[in-house]
Write a new protein. Structure first.
Length: 348
């Protein structure tokens, strides 16, 4: 797509200069609520034609006169998929029946996808009696049975409980990799994108802020807003200086080593919380603990001074820490990321 614009109610919803999805690629589309992710997906699906610009699938431009042909090349899975009032097998076979495939052949091909998605044993059950995870597996089977050129998924896991979500994510990743399916996955959860996508596009306020490999965006976000979205909680104003033995940054008077070559000046620097190491003594600078909170398999430690920071550490490193305790804080040079090097930065 290029030069894509969507306006609604006198307000610009999308303004995307260029975005391409390669054949066999899974593109993750992430952004906060209201960023325009679902609108973009609906445009790609031909379900929202109120746009300006160019959109093509498989080299064929989207034309209002060819909407039916366009939609038949796609598979779409929504957050809350609607089921036909019939059996699981009939639901999975429906896209083929709409395309004129004979009933027996449609059922045979649908049964293959029910098997691949792990719900073949539910084939004769009424589809509307399925659990949330089972419904999403059926929705995937129904989207894939017609072998679409492009699979579009809009927050397909957000309403599922954690174990169901983890199992479905694992199975979907296996299918996408083994079959080489071209897909766009919309999510507000970056962990889903890390598992599924070859590349990720970050959408904020209707504009692309960064496009790259998931690990690149995860560890080298383009700006502090993207950093916040992908879980880089620690972002501070700093002064970057160059020395013969390497660059340094100063955050609230604390000197930190940093890798790479950067122009000197006022900057923002960031570090992922899981990259920070805490210890009772040894290397690093002293800090005062403000709070210690269990965080899944890790422990979240909030430090108040010399400047606010958050560390995610293994329980073995928590060392019975509590509010008011003093710890040594070590931030590895390769974990520090520089934003806007050499340009003025406000202290807000």
């Amino acid at each position: 797509m290029s030069g894509l614009r969507v306006d609604k109610g006198g307000r610009q919803i999308l303004a995307i200069e260029h975005l391409a999805v390669m054949e066999g690629e899974v593109l993750g589309l992430v952004g906060p609520n209201g960023a325009g992710k679902t609108t973009l997906l609906m445009v790609m699906a031909g379900l929202d034609m109120g746009f300006r610009g160019q959109l093509a699938v498989g080299g064929a431009a989207l034309d209002p006169r060819g909407l039916l042909f366009h939609r038949r090349r796609l598979g779409v899975v929504l957050q809350d998929p609607q089921m036909l009032d019939t059996t699981v097998l009939a639901n999975a076979a429906a896209p083929l029946r709409y395309r004129g495939v004979a009933a027996g052949e449609a059922r045979r091909r649908a049964a293959v996808w029910l098997e691949r998605l792990g719900i073949a044993h539910l084939a004769s059950r009424p589809a509307r009696t399925l659990s949330g995870g089972e419904r999403q597996r059926l929705a995937l089977a129904r989207a894939l049975v017609a072998e679409p050129q492009l699979l579009l998924l809009d927050e397909p896991f957000s309403s599922l409980d954690a174990p169901t979500r983890a199992a479905l994510l694992t199975d979907l990743r296996r299918l996408l990799v083994s079959l080489g399916i071209t897909a766009v996955v919309v999510s507000h959860d970056f962990t889903e994108v890390l598992l599924l996508a070859h590349r990720v596009a970050v959408l904020m306020e209707g504009r692309l802020r960064q496009v790259g490999e998931p690990r690149e965006v995860f560890s080298r976000p383009a700006d502090p807003e993207v950093a916040h979205l992908v879980g880089m909680e620690n972002v501070w104003p700093a002064e970057l200086v160059t020395r013969p033995d390497g660059p340094r940054v100063y955050v609230e008077g604390v000197e930190l080593d940093i890798d790479g070559h950067h122009p000197p000046g006022r900057v923002r620097v960031g570090v992922r919380p899981e990259a920070i190491v805490l210890a009772r003594d040894g290397r690093g600078f002293p800090g005062e603990v403000r709070a210690v909170v269990p965080f899944g398999p890790l422990v979240r430690v909030e430090v108040a001074r010399p400047f606010p920071l958050v560390a995610l550490i293994p329980p073995a490193q928590a060392m019975d820490l509590g509010p008011g305790d003093t710890v040594r804080i070590c931030i590895p040079p390769d974990g520090l990321h520089v934003f806007n090097a050499g340009s003025p930065v406000s202290s807000e």
